[in-house]
Ligand binder design. Sequence first.
Ligand SMILES: Cc1cc2nc3c(=O)[nH]c(=O)nc-3n(C[C@H](O)[C@H](O)[C@H](O)COP(=O)(O)OP(=O)(O)OC[C@H]3O[C@@H](n4cnc5c(N)ncnc54)[C@H](O)[C@@H]3O)c2cc1C
Length: 406
Amino acid sequence: MNKADVIIVGGGAAGFFAAINIAEFNPQLKIIILERNKEGLRKVKISGGGRCNVTHAEFIPQDLVLNYPRGQKELLGPFHQFMTGDTIAWFENRGIMLKVECDGRMFPQSNSSQTIVDCFLNEARKLHIEVKYEHTVNSIKKKDSTWCINTNKENFFAKKILIATGSSIKMWKLLERLGHTIVNPVPSLFTFNVQDKRIKNMPGVVANNVEVKILGTNLESKGPLLITHNGLSAPAILKLSAFGALELAKMDYRFQIEINFVGKPFENCLKVLKCAKHDLAKKKIIKLARFDLPKRLWQQLVLASTINEDMIWADINKTQLEHLSTQLTKAVFKVEGKSTFKEEFVTAGGIDLKEINFKTFESRVHKNLYFAGEILNIDAVTGGFNFQNAWTGAYIAAKHITNKDM
Ligand SMILES: Cc1cc2nc3c(=O)[nH]c(=O)nc-3n(C[C@H](O)[C@H](O)[C@H](O)COP(=O)(O)OP(=O)(O)OC[C@H]3O[C@@H](n4cnc5c(N)ncnc54)[C@H](O)[C@@H]3O)c2cc1C
């Protein structure tokens, strides 16, 4: 009979992290991971463009939670138990040094996600964790105090189970049957499709200090903006896609955005342009980009302001100056759809957070049923925060699973 003390459903980031910690807290326990694929940790392998953005160099829980559109309030307590510094130490203790990039993202020094995959696989082997690949969980039932797990191959039985299947619609349906509420899943972390003359044929162009608002909503963000083949990307846009995931889905990803390319109010921008009219009187407007804007973007914004290619600063009139200031500080673009960001996506939605005890990551609906990772209605902006949620939940669940009468 396939009996274990703890069964973990899902051999991904949260599943392996939980299993390893449980085995370390209590080496006597029999732990089985059930994974539907031929190998586990597939997302870890492809994460961060093959480099695995393990976590983020943000060490204040109150600031760290601000990166989670869903889970902000609930993760504050858990981050006081296990957060970024603990993640760094956890990997360091296993010989893996992490490095910080200038934007705070942290990667293995090897620059390869394989280092993280190998670490998990080696630890699991050393700790005698059984990993059953090609075992898809099809149903979960509780009989007396035992969990019965049916897979495509065999049945398994355990006193405690942890579900870490990520964004799996099938598993959410299964959990609904067990009495859990699922918040409808929608995509998060996507780029905006925009077809507009002002940004046509300039993929790769970056404006660094941009403010973006979604008109008709309270959604706004700041940061770098990248022009792509299809439209707009980079942190200023990805943050909006995450914080606006539900609202933008309702709008069917069709809305208008207002971009301030220079990060200054209209009047201040106008003042700078008036100075340019005086100081650069004989120069062609189109030639010299102002506000450190990329030249091609400046040129398109100038042309969109009813200013022709040959006009010099001395000839620009008041209306044209105002048009240019409008293009620079309040340019409106029509968004028509979304695209995937570098194949990286997460899902907003999942198990309703009201049904989880965040001191333990145990279900409030069933005893001895735990969850960690993306299966919960928690997701973050890009930068290593999604993995941090997986590590934190898995660690705390592992601690509680082993603390409680085992
Ligand atoms: C391309 C890409 C790049 C990313 N890069 C980053 C990054 O650099 N940094 C970051 O923080 N986040 C990144 N993310 C997000 C991050 O990968 C996820 O948030 C994280 O993997 C969630 O971990 P998890 O364990 O909850 O789910 P997963 O890692 O998805 O693991 C779930 C596992 O459960 C298995 N499973 C599902 N259903 C069943 C079933 N019925 N029976 C058995 N097994 C099942 C799956 O096969 C899978 O192995 C990236 C995501 C993508 C798609």
